[in-house]
Design a protein around this ligand. Structure first.
Ligand code: T3D
Length: 259
């Protein structure tokens, strides 16, 4: 697949989406948002892909909306939110394989919230997460008001969103906003380890886990228990379940197909 505004490649069952406009800190234009949507759709439907990475080139993951485009009058703000960002967040959550955000530097505005919508968020030690919206008179979008309070609690989310603090990777880790952070020197190596591991795991079961986690935000306990029973039935009928149990009994490593 060809993309003009991002880099997208698939190697060894890993799809990598790299934002590629470092001179503007990978801020999002319509073209970039549409390319990301297309890449996510491709990764979702491609049998070769078992894990997706989103990262940025240079010193930022993304500084959010390209503000020159935002004030150009080309698109209304609700159009930008509805057509650029909302489909990206929906795709990430509905993608039937894990999506990893490797936050390589500053993640601001929609850039921060796209990262937080991913299944696993890792960051380099020098990364910063900024809910930059209040600094320009906007409200946090791209799912921020949904995910952040659920990740770190209402009080911290309110303060960070209203004050527009620059949250360091260490602080983000300590408050439960992200999975882990790594030194800048070892970041690439650690990303590779996580992606390689996920690319060999029982992808189908991971996709069911993801659906359950999506629903756990809205269900009561009884509904969630019912749903777990249903999903476990599906997982229990998969190739990978059979392989996993046989490998355990035969004292060997499982060879999962992702099915
Ligand atoms: O329509 C709508 O707006 C609705 C959608 C909203 C979604 C959103 O994401 S709203 C939030 C938008 N983002 C921001 O408000 C963040 C703006 N950027 C900054 O506050 C700072 O750049 C950072 C704190 C992220 C980083 O600061 P710093 O000092 O490390 O870098 P810098 O010098 O400010 O930026 C470097 C270059 O990137 C600079 O260009 P230049 O002067 O070298 O030619 C700067 O203008 C450019 N840049 C950074 N962020 C953006 C940007 N250009 C366009 N849009 C940006 N968001």
């Amino acid at each position: 697949m060809e993309f003009d505004n991002i880099r997208y490649k698939i190697n060894d069952n890993i799809a990598e989406i790299e934002l590629d406009s470092p001179e503007k800190l990978n801020s999002f234009t319509q073209e970039i948002a549409f390319d990301i949507q297309r890449a996510l759709d491709h990764a979702n439907s491609s049998h070769d892909v078992r894990v997706v990475l989103i990262t940025g080139k240079g010193r930022a993951f993304s500084a959010g909306q390209d503000l020159t485009e935002a004030i150009s009058g080309k698109f209304s703000i609700d159009h930008i939110v509805e057509k650029h960002y909302n489909p990206i967040i929906t795709s990430i959550r509905q993608l039937n394989k894990p999506v990893v955000a490797a936050v390589n530097g500053i993640a601001a505005g929609a850039g921060a919230n796209i990262a937080l919508a991913c299944d696993i968020v890792i960051a380099t030690e020098s990364a910063k997460f900024i809910q930059a919206f209040s600094g320009i008179g906007l409200i946090p979008d791209s799912g921020g008001t949904y995910f952040l309070p659920r990740l770190i609690g209402m009080q911290k989310a309110s303060a960070i969103m209203m004050l527009g603090d620059k949250v360091t990777a260490k602080e983000a880790y300590e408050m439960g906003m992200i999975y882990k952070y790594f030194s800048d020197d070892t970041f690439e190596e650690e990303i590779d380890k996580i992606l390689t591991k996920l690319s060999k795991m029982p992808t189908y079961a991971l996709s069911l886990t993801k659906k359950l986690l999506n629903d756990s935000y809205n269900n009561n306990l009884q509904d969630q228990l019912e749903l777990e029973k249903f999903m476990q039935f599906k997982a229990g009928n998969s190739y990978d379940y059979n392989e996993g149990v046989n490998a355990f009994l035969e004292k060997r490593k499982p060879k999962f197909k992702g099915e």
